[in-house]
Write a protein that binds this ligand. Structure first.
Ligand code: GDP
Length: 296
C-alpha cells in the first residue's frame, strides 16, 4: 500500500516550487504574505479558504521574526482546518451500517469495496447492498467485488425501490450472521430532488430497522476534479446526516490542495482517501501526513 506522501507527489510539486519561490531571501514579510494567497489558489485552495489562511498566517508571522515563521504558521493553519472535525470510522461492532453517497463515476462502488476489504482484514463480516437498482452496471460492478472479496451482495430486481433492498439487507444483518452492511447508492444527478428523497427513504428504513444506523454516511468526492467537486458536495449536504468525506482518486492529481477547501467549506472530516483502483488502494486520511507530504 503506497503512502499518502507518495501519492501526493504531484500536489507537492505543484505547491512547493511556487511556495519556495515566494519565500526567496530578500523579500519582506508583507510581500510574502501578499503572494501567499495566489500561491494557495494555484494549489487549488479556494479564495475564501486561502484568505482565511493568509490572515491567520499574517497574525502569527507578525508576532516573531524567525526565518521559518511563515512556513510554520502556514502548516499550523492548514493542520487546524483539517483537524477541526475528528475522523475515524464509527461503526457499531455488531450492526455496523455505512452508506456511500455521491455522483456517479465519483468512485462510490470502488471505495465501498476498499472499506469492505479493510473491514474483512479486521475480522468483520460485511454484506454489500446494491442500492442503485436502476443501473445494471452498478449492480454488476458490486457483484464483481462481492465475488472477489467473497462477500454476499443483497440486490433487488431492476428498478426496485432501493429502500426495499435496504430493508431486506437489514433483515439479513439482524440474523447475526454478519456484523456490517455497506450500502451502495444511486448518484444519478446531484440536482435531482428525487435522488435526495430516495436516499432519505433508504436512510429512514435502515434507521427504523436498526436503531442508531446508519452510523456512517460518507460522501465520495473525486479529488482529481479538485474544487469543482464542491458544488455537487453542497447538494449532498442538503441530505442530512453526512458523517464525512471519502476522497477518491487522490493518486496522480495535482489538485490535492482542494482537500483543505473541502474540509473548510463543508465542515466535514475527510476520513479516507482513495489512492488507486485496487481494493488495497486506501489510506486513512491523516491531516498530519497530508501536511507533511505537502511541505516535506
Ligand atoms: P461510482 O459510479 O461512484 O460507483 O464510481 P466507481 O466506483 O465505478 O468508480 C469510477 C471510476 O473511478 C472507476 O474506473 C474506478 O476504478 C475509478 N476509481 C475509483 N476510485 C479511484 C481511486 O482512488 N483512484 C483511481 N485512480 N481511480 C479510482
Amino acid at each position: 500500500m503506497a503512502s499518502l506522501r507518495e501519492k501526493l507527489a504531484r500536489t507537492r510539486q505543484a505547491f512547493r516550487q511556487k511556495f519556495e519561490d515566494i519565500l526567496k531571501s530578500g523579500r519582506s514579510r508583507e510581500e510574502i504574505l501578499e503572494d501567499l494567497t495566489e500561491t494557495l489558489i494555484l494549489a487549488d485552495i479556494g479564495l475564501p479558504t486561502a484568505e482565511k489562511i493568509v490572515e491567520a498566517v499574517g497574525r502569527e508571522a507578525r508576532k516573531s521574526d524567525g526565518p521559518d515563521v511563515v512556513r510554520d504558521a502556514l502548516k499550523a493553519e492548514i493542520l487546524a482546518i483539517l483537524t477541526r472535525h475528528p475522523g475515524g470510522l464509527k461503526l457499531d461492532p455488531k450492526a455496523g451500517v455505512l452508506m456511500m453517497v455521491g455522483v456517479n463515476g465519483g468512485g462510490k462502488t470502488t471505495s465501498l469495496a476498499k472499506l469492505a476489504r479493510r473491514l474483512k482484514a479486521e475480522g468483520r463480516k460485511s454484506i454489500f447492498v446494491a442500492g442503485d437498482t436502476f443501473r445494471a452496471a452498478a449492480q454488476e460492478q458490486l457483484a464483481v467485488w462481492g465475488r472477489k472479496l467473497d462477500l454476499p451482495v443483497i440486490k433487488g430486481a431492476y428498478g426496485a425501490d432501493p429502500a426495499s433492498v435496504a430493508f431486506d439487507a437489514c433483515r439479513r444483518l439482524k440474523t447475526g450472521e454478519f456484523d456490517a452492511m455497506l450500502v451502495d447508492t444511486a448518484g444519478r444527478i446531484h440536482t435531482n430532488a428525487n435522488l435526495m428523497a430516495e436516499l432519505e427513504k433508504v436512510k429512514r428504513v435502515i434507521a427504523r430497522e436498526i436503531p442508531g444506523a446508519p452510523q456512517e454516511i460518507l460522501l465520495v468526492l473525486d479529488a482529481s476534479i479538485g474544487q469543482n467537486a464542491l458544488p455537487q458536495a453542497r447538494e449532498f449536504l442538503k441530505f442530512a446526516g453526512l458523517t464525512g468525506v471519502f476522497l477518491s482518486k487522490l493518486d496522480g492529481t495535482a489538485k490535492g490542495g482542494s482537500v483543505v477547501t473541502i474540509a473548510d467549506e463543508l465542515g466535514l472530516p475527510i476520513k479516507f482517501a482513495g489512492t488507486g483502483e485496487g481494493e488495497d488502494d486506501l489510506v486513512e486520511f491523516s491531516a498530519e501526513s497530508f501536511v507533511d507530504a505537502l511541505f516535506s
